[in-house]
Design a protein around this ligand. Structure first.
Ligand SMILES: [Zn+2]
Length: 407
């Protein structure tokens, strides 16, 4: 069962075509893949695994999207990011519109060519980052006027301008322009902001137009209040999108509150469209979100942590700056098949970190992205085999053991 990327297309149920076996489809491009579509191939509880097809290739779900903020996943070559198992990257509209500008990227052939990544790219709308990074913001019904955090130059982001920028970039999955209030906030503030975002969602849909092969995702808001989430989901599904993001989480509400929202929020969204949890997260956030029916996630954590000496492993987080690694000839994780763990010792990683060598960021980022993608593969395999509960139990028990004892 495959649904088309057209909002006006038939809404097909997923229940008739589920398979508990057979694993996943391949990731190659095939004939007839000129449209955006999503196919769920297996479910286990609320979790699902499947494939998003785009003209630029397939995205195996649940998917983790590394963040390529300024047209690069920091410290990584695009081919190395691909080698970790990533099917799709995220790019940031706010950063790219300011530097080098979307118009310049378009003149140079679009973001894929510019950054040498020919697979799918999802771009955010700029809405979240303009509220968190820009100076002198002025929010109106029309959009947000702001000054660049780089040079103070004045700009405007609106639903129409955000759609224009994301089109100039050549994004495969375009996000609606929305507003996200920081939590905690009163219901009144959250409701007012959510309703503005829903009006902006309609304007985003109108401005996006009909672009076969490209997808537009709506973003559900409503904070941690069920009634507001319901209202937002109803408004978005009435407009009709190719996928739906759960927005307004991972903004300081804590994991328990986030899972509390996901316990009901994913059910409010169409089962036959991808569900994307924005800005998540730590490995245990990802596992919990997948258990609750999320198909896509993104986070700067694995790459950012790599640059600060933090490694993510199946035994939890390891601080490679710690002096206990100084004489340790063992790899970061003897069971990991990434280039870092295959060829470098903890002692070496510790040394290049302390010496602030560039290779420290490269090696730790590679390992972290590899670990994240391996986790996603484990989740996909477990869902396909109907053994997600056992996988999750193993995930938590390994982390509870903690890092290997010092030499
Ligand atoms: Zn590794």
């Amino acid at each position: 069962m495959t649904t088309t990327g057209q909002a006006s297309g038939p809404a097909l149920g997923i229940c008739g075509a589920l398979s508990q076996k057979g694993g996943e489809a391949g990731t190659g491009q095939g004939p007839g893949m000129d449209r955006f579509s999503f196919q769920v191939s297996a479910t286990d509880g609320a979790a699902r695994s499947g494939v998003i097809s785009t003209p630029r290739g397939e995205i195996r779900t649940p998917a983790f999207m590394p963040v390529g903020t300024a047209a690069t996943v920091k410290a990584m070559l695009p081919e190395s990011v691909r080698a970790t198992g990533a099917d799709i990257l995220l790019g940031n509209t706010y950063h790219l519109m300011l530097r080098p500008t979307a118009e310049r990227i378009a003149r140079l052939g679009g973001l894929h060519k510019f950054m040498n990544w020919d697979r799918p790219i999802l771009t955010d709308s700029g809405g979240f980052q303009v509220m968190s990074l820009a100076a002198l913001r002025k929010l109106t019904e029309e959009g947000v006027k702001f000054s660049s955090h780089i040079d103070g130059s004045k700009h405007m982001l609106s639903p129409e301008r955000s759609m224009e920028i994301q089109k100039l970039l050549g994004s495969d999955i375009v996000m609606c322009f929305d507003e996200c209030p920081a939590l905690p906030a009163t219901d009144e503030v959250v409701a007012k902001s959510m309703r503005l975002s829903m009006r902006w969602a309609q304007r985003s849909r109108d401005a996006f137009g009909d672009r076969p092969g490209h997808a537009l995702f709506g973003i559900m808001q409503g904070g941690v209040t069920r009634e507001l989430r319901e209202e937002s989901a109803a408004a978005l599904t009435a407009i009709g999108f190719d996928g739906y993001a759960v927005g307004g989480l991972a903004v300081g509400e804590g994991q328990e509150a986030m899972f509390g929202v996901l316990d009901y929020a994913t059910d409010m969204l169409p089962a036959d469209k991808p569900r994307y949890l924005m800005g998540v997260g730590k490995p245990d956030d990802i596992v919990g979100a997948v258990e609750r029916g999320i198909d896509m996630m993104d986070c700067v954590l694995p790459s950012r942590s790599g640059r600060t000496g933090q490694a993510w492993t199946r035994r939890g987080q390891v601080n490679m700056k710690n002096a206990r690694h100084m004489d340790d000839p063992r790899p970061l994780d003897e069971a990991c098949s990434c280039p870092t763990c295959r060829s470098y010792s903890r002692a070496y990683l510790h040394h290049v970190l302390r010496s602030q060598e560039i290779i420290a960021s490269m090696l730790l980022t590679w390992h972290n992205l590899h670990y994240y993608q391996e986790l996603m593969q484990g989740l996909r395999d477990a869902i396909a085999a109907g053994r997600l509960a056992a996988f999750v139990q193993g995930f938590h028990s390994q982390r509870a053991e903690g890092d290997i004892p010092p030499v």
